[in-house]
Ligand binder design. Structure first.
Ligand SMILES: [Zn+2]
Length: 392
């Protein structure tokens, strides 16, 4: 049955050559021009700082930082970092004033992500006062350690503990934080405490009703696999059982948005936020940790689904748009070294270019995430979904 959410893929599959127009000389100017457009749109005062890294100005600061790290943009580096600092400083001030400490601890929608990105930007600029936002970030772990610190979503990525762990991982990746084993352990223990029996009996009764990366079980487990060193043997066992449970929820290369529900093919979601293009990161991480081929096979099947149905009608972004789905090809390239995946990512890039849509600047729903994707096409061996690496 035809899917209403995607275009039919009109590209021929890889036959041994990449697309013309997929090289640096084509992509670098597009990145520079896109950043100019974004800078005209993004507010640089505190009037519109809502949305955090997900759809606020702070996400633009991350994108500028990310581009500035790529040697192909060494000429633009200082300007991009200066702009990133200007934007993130305003967001830090805004979130410092936030009275609700639960909102301060949120990764993609609140303070934790903003403090983490401020730390990264300051460090890249050589400022020693990167310790200020870093200290604010560190102090937040106690807020999210209590088991039910939020009424809803205590464990998920956007506002819950998984997000906090994800932000700490970003800082660790950049050598900015040797995250205290005690605090990461306390946070992980709370997640594991909720990862208990009901999932195997009735997924609906589980701590989290969703399967996908944005709010669901897959990113929760992915983070726990990233913090194996602080888990007990019993907790690790529970995590691996849950990974296999989720693997068995696959329905023809995809996962339903809600655990336990049946996918209706004509309305199937093939998004990073809900569906295989996001769940694939969990199985990539599982494969990187224990090399069991079934995890890699699951990722590869996710990639096949994206190739069939990943050219989405909803837009260019990374949350539920083309670039977000296409990131799975870059992930598969890093896992397998097969150039077919760079070719497929390139087809998605062409598709992204031909979209005429209203310019939105945010990282997850707008052009900033697309810019990160284009930069990753320039160095696929270093590519990673923004703020969501499995290679740490
Ligand atoms: Zn989405």
């Amino acid at each position: 049955m035809e899917n209403k959410r995607c275009f039919e893929n009109r590209y021929v599959d890889y036959t041994g050559a990449l697309l013309s127009g997929q090289g640096n000389e084509a992509i670098v100017p597009i990145v520079i021009a896109s950043i100019e457009k974004i800078m005209k749109k993004v507010p640089v005062d505190s009037s519109e700082c809502d949305g955090g890294l997900y759809d606020g100005p702070a996400g633009v600061a991350y994108m500028l930082y990310y581009v500035s790290e790529c040697p192909l943009f060494s000429k633009q580096r200082d300007t991009y970092l200066k702009n990133a600092k200007q934007i993130i400083d305003v967001s830090v001030k805004y979130v410092d004033r936030e009275q609700d400490k639960n909102l301060r601890v949120a990764f993609l929608l609140g303070g934790a992500g903003i403090y983490a990105v401020a730390t990264m930007v300051y460090k890249a600029m050589g400022f020693s006062d990167f310790v200020k936002p870093l200290t604010k970030f560190r102090n937040l772990w106690e807020v999210c350690a209590p088991i039910s610190f939020l009424e809803c979503g205590s464990d998920e990525l956007f506002v819950g503990r998984t997000g906090y762990l994800c932000a700490a991982l970003l800082l660790k990746q950049r050598g900015t934080i040797a995250f205290c084993a005690l605090s990461s352990h306390c946070v992980c223990v709370s997640v594991c405490a909720r990862l208990c029996v009901p999932v195997f009996v009735c997924p609906c009764a589980y701590m989290c009703p969703f399967a996908g990366a944005a709010h669901g079980l897959s990113s929760i487990l992915q983070m726990l696999l990233s913090y194996q060193e602080v888990l007990s043997a019993g907790e690790k066992e529970l995590v691996w059982q849950s990974v296999d449970f989720l693997m068995n929820q696959e329905q023809s290369c995809n996962w339903p948005a809600e655990l336990g529900s049946i996918i209706q093919r004509e309305n199937e979601l093939v998004h990073w936020c809900h569906g295989a293009p996001g769940v694939a990161y969990l199985f990539a991480k599982a494969y990187l940790v224990n090399k069991r081929p079934q995890y890699l096979d699951t990722c590869i099947r996710s990639g096949e689904l994206v190739w069939q149905k990943g050219l989405l009608k909803k837009g260019r972004g990374i949350c539920h748009g083309v670039a977000g789905s296409a990131y799975v090809f870059l992930l598969l390239y890093r896992l397998t070294g097969n150039s077919k995946y760079i070719y497929r990512a390139g087809c998605s890039f062409i598709d992204v270019l031909h979209r005429t849509c209203v310019l939105m600047y945010p990282l997850f729903e707008g052009l900033s995430g697309t810019v990160c994707f284009l930069v990753d096409l320039l160095h696929p061996d270093k590519s990673e979904f923004p703020l969501f690496s499995v290679f740490v």
